[in-house]
Ligand binder design. Structure first.
Ligand code: LAC
Length: 230
């Protein structure tokens, strides 16, 4: 763990896409749409997905993340001059909704709960996509929180506030695990204790948010198990 020292928390929430559900398998799904360019299309799809979510939030024009995901793929294909058939596009969107859970996630959730922590997922995903992911993964969490409840996307503070409402804990007693730097910034600005699973190429967005702890998946749950009072 580098960055701020770990502190004991009462609850740990996980981001979903890119964190509990790594996005790697999308490269292959995109290969069917863009032979030879699958990884590039997948990266663009993700970037457009986030951009559309931020635009919709800033504009006050809500549509759920399933719709945003489908729109983002359409936009990415158009940018690359591709017009695959609807069936292939649907398959790729379904691949997004059906991403497999990261190895070790179930054990990590169990270990945190065995320590008496409340564990949850806090995600942009729609309620139905989140429910599907939890059913598939066997993750047994106390709280499954979707932005559908507030109709804005991360990093709007109202989203992180859902975890405060669900647990009754103040933000600084809530741990948050994400692989997304912008999500780490949003959660830290809200006041959570953030463990960022930093990708080697990723830099922390310079938006005035507190520096997160930087951890590897293998260092969790240690990041949140420091003795009380530390
Ligand atoms: C989510 C976004 C960050 O799952 O991917 O909330």
């Amino acid at each position: 763990v580098t960055g701020p020292q770990p502190r004991r928390v009462g609850a740990v929430f996980f981001d979903l896409f890119g964190t509990l559900l790594p996005l790697g398998p999308l490269n292959e799904a995109c290969e069917a749409l863009d032979p030879g360019g699958g990884a590039e299309l997948a990266a663009r799809w993700r970037a457009r997905q986030l951009e559309i979510s931020w635009l919709r939030t800033a504009m006050g024009r809500w549509a759920d993340f399933d719709a945003v995901t489908a729109d983002a793929l359409g936009a990415s294909l158009a940018e690359r001059g591709l017009a695959p058939d609807d069936h292939r596009i649907r398959e790729a969107v379904q691949a997004f909704a059906a991403l497999p859970v990261r190895d070790g996630a179930e054990e990590l959730v169990k270990a945190l709960r065995a320590e008496g922590m409340v564990v949850g997922v806090l995600t942009n995903a729609s309620r139905s996509t989140l429910r599907g992911a939890l059913d598939r993964s066997g993750l047994d969490v106390d709280h499954a929180l979707s932005v559908d409840a507030v109709e804005v996307f991360k990093p709007h503070p109202a989203v992180y506030g859902l975890a405060v409402d669900a647990t009754g804990l103040p933000p600084d007693r809530i741990g948050f695990v994400t692989a997304n730097g912008w999500d780490a910034a949003g959660a830290g600005a809200f006041g959570f204790q953030v463990a960022w699973l930093q990708d080697s190429a990723a830099t922390f967005p310079p938006v005035g948010a507190p520096q997160p702890m930087i951890t590897r998946w293998a260092d969790l749950p240690g990041a949140f198990l420091a003795p009380l009072g530390s």
